[in-house]
Design a protein around this ligand. Structure first.
Ligand SMILES: [Zn+2]
Length: 103
């Protein structure tokens, strides 16, 4: 049983519990009225939909998701968007940091 993004149900539930705010910019998903930009969206940290584990799937806001697109995480962190919103490898969620260690 997988959702429409191919994410197994048990993985989805773990991630929904873990990521209660955007894993990148930290905007909260709790008790918010969502706009197109702040709505929670599924994100593959490494852009490979075949990597469907809890380590590669996270929830980020629509704004970060649209900005990151198909960019490599390390490249995206150097983008104007990340500079504008002060998103750095030091303040992203730990699930994202895991992917940055060694880079
Ligand atoms: Zn965000």
């Amino acid at each position: 049983m997988a959702n429409r993004w191919g994410i197994p149900k048990d993985v989805e539930e773990l991630i929904r519990k873990r990521d209660t705010s955007c894993v990148y910019c930290g905007i909260s998903f709790i008790n918010s009225v969502f706009s197109h930009k702040t709505r929670p969206t599924w994100e593959h940290i490494i852009n490979d939909i075949r990597i469907n584990g809890v380590d590669n799937i996270a929830i980020c806001c629509g704004s970060c998701n649209a900005s990151k697109g198909a960019k490599l995480l390390s490249d995206w962190l150097n983008s104007k968007y990340c500079k504008t919103y002060r998103i750095t490898r030091d303040n992203v969620a730990s699930v994202v940091k895991e992917h940055l260690s060694g880079q």
